[in-house]
Write a protein that binds this ligand. Sequence first.
Ligand SMILES: CC(C)(COP(=O)(O)OP(=O)(O)OC[C@H]1O[C@@H](n2cnc3c(N)ncnc32)[C@H](O)[C@@H]1OP(=O)(O)O)[C@@H](O)C(=O)NCCC(=O)NCCS
Length: 144
Amino acid sequence: MKMRAAVVLDAPQLAFIEQTQPMSAHWGEKGFASEIANAASRIWCWEEEGEIVGFLALRLVADVCEILNLAVLPAACRKGIGFRLVTHALREVGSRGGKTISLEVNITNLPAISLYTKAGLKEWGRRAKFYNGKDDALIMGIHL
Ligand SMILES: CC(C)(COP(=O)(O)OP(=O)(O)OC[C@H]1O[C@@H](n2cnc3c(N)ncnc32)[C@H](O)[C@@H]1OP(=O)(O)O)[C@@H](O)C(=O)NCCC(=O)NCCS
């Protein structure tokens, strides 16, 4: 079991995990490869027995960070991996000079909202009908 930074060869497995979780963003292999190559981007993976089972992607620009994508394979859910990924991101962003972390989450996505709340994020605002012109987005964030 270990946390590590993603490399471009991980893009197919990251895209596979994303496909198993409809509430994650949908970047596809190419999207992951270009995000990994982006200097402002960080993607951390959680590995078990040599296989990536979860990831978190963010961008840090100056001291402002946004979490852009997060997913854990369904079979690996509810074992603390999502929480480890989010708390790792908070520590890493803080140590790199980040002052705020925020994200958008579908208001119906109670598991993710509960996870972010457990990690200390608060509701900062809402965007009406943000997802498919239907569900509101909750903007959540934390000052580091
Ligand atoms: C959200 C997600 C990453 C959580 O990953 P996970 O590894 O299962 O989360 P953890 O086991 O670390 O759980 C941490 C906390 O999250 C919350 N949580 C996770 N799954 C939950 C569920 N199914 N129902 C309610 N709360 C849940 C709980 O508060 C939990 O704390 P607890 O175990 O003390 O109750 C995972 O469900 C997922 O991949 N969802 C689909 C993608 C997604 O929604 N991404 C976020 C988009 S903004």
